[in-house]
Design a protein around this ligand. Structure first.
Ligand code: KG4
Length: 343
């Protein structure tokens, strides 16, 4: 009999539900929340309210698109954290209600583990895709995280480097904000960067020990460049937007890749994946392809629909945990922050 898992993701500003049957994705529905655009960032209280509005239609749609009935489900996997507490509680509470009504087990999933394991989601038209081989390294870069993770198995992951301040996505978004490019700014910078000169401006790069990251110095250096230039020419940003975006993107990608190269050298692992919202960035993807060619790495770039928050990645972890009978209690809590060793 096949295993059918419903995944629910509600850690930040996307409400998502997905159905996976024996590792193969049957549906993946995502409702993004436009309400935050006006504020230039995610407003936690508005996010949890939007999750409450979205959760029933999103789960219903995922079950419908999968062509199954709720009674066919083997278990429900949900994101337990890290994330916004109010948002997490909506997904968690819904999962509890549905699982107890259907009398099926619940499976808690670490959001970061989900991002890494998104590489293992199979799709009907891509059943034979090459999966990462353990152990591999994963650069996880999103709006809230920048980490290098050593992945020994689906349940054994060690964070070997991480940001000590801003995340890479935050650096994109905050610099975009000061240029008046809207929120989230990462995709806009990516688009504008394609028309600009990446070597026109030089911004500060951090000197951080080990495999950790820092992006706050880059942000300050970017701000100072703009402040000084605007004094001379009030139209500076408008006239130099593409070059600013291209130079900023190049700097962020260089900072990320310097530490990934170092991690490969230190661990001897040349199987390298990238995950999270910023893995959609064309500069990041090109750098990975270039490194694979130059240094003989085997790389894994996620499909665009699996870069941002999605429930397919929660359901796939649920699938693995189900096979290990790793269920949680019905009074399982949510966690805003999760410890370093991802389980
Ligand atoms: O994983 P994600 O959806 O969730 C959060 O952690 O919030 O990541 C969102 C982040 C945002 O900072 C967004 O600007 C960034 O990913 N992002 C990008 C691109 N697409 C999304 N950054 C750079 N280039 C992109 N193409």
């Amino acid at each position: 009999m096949s295993t059918i898992i419903l995944g629910i993701e509600s850690s930040c500003d996307d409400t998502s539900a997905a159905v996976i049957s024996d590792g193969v994705l049957l549906s993946n529905v995502i409702a993004s929340q436009a309400v935050h655009e006006a504020y230039g960032g995610v407003v936690p209280e508005l996010a949890s309210r939007a999750h409450q509005q979205n959760i029933v239609p999103v789960v219903s749609e995922a079950i419908k698109r999968a062509g199954i009935k709720p009674e066919d489900l083997s278990a429900i996997a949900f994101t337990r954290g890290p994330g916004l507490m109010g948002s997490l509680l909506v997904g968690l509470s819904f999962a509890k209600g549905l699982a107890s009504a259907l009398q099926i087990p619940m499976i808690e999933v670490n959001h970061l583990q989900g991002h890494v394991m998104a590489h293992f989601v199979l799709e009907k038209d891509n059943i034979d895709k090459p999966l990462p081989k353990y152990p591999f390294l994963c650069l996880l870069v999103s709006g809230g995280n920048s980490q290098i993770i050593k992945v020994m198995s689906y349940k054994e992951m060690e964070v070997i480097g991480q940001t000590i301040d801003d995340a890479a996505g935050e650096a994109f978004d905050k610099c975009a904000k000061v240029m008046g490019l809207g929120y989230p700014g990462g995709p806009v910078i990516d688009r504008l960067a394609k028309e600009g000169d990446p070597n026109r401006f030089k911004f500060a790069k951090p000197h951080i020990q080990g495999l950790n990251y820092s992006f706050s110095g880059l942000k300050t250096s970017f701000l100072y460049t703009l402040r000084d230039a605007i004094k001379e020419n009030p139209n500076f940003i408008e006239e130099n937007k593409a070059d600013l975006c291209a130079s900023l993107q190049k700097t962020i990608v260089d900072i990320l890749m310097d530490k990934v190269r170092k991690a490969v050298k230190e661990t001897g692992i040349r199987e390298v994946a990238v995950a999270g919202g910023v893995s959609a960035n064309s500069g990041v993807r090109n750098a990975f392809t270039e490194h694979a060619r130059k240094y003989g790495w085997t790389i894994h770039l996620p499909k665009f629909s699996f870069t941002t928050d999605n429930a397919a990645m929660i359901a796939i972890v649920g699938q693995y945990k189900y096979l290990d009978r790793d269920f949680c209690k019905f009074d399982a809590p949510a966690f805003a922050r999760v410890e370093n060793n991802i389980r």
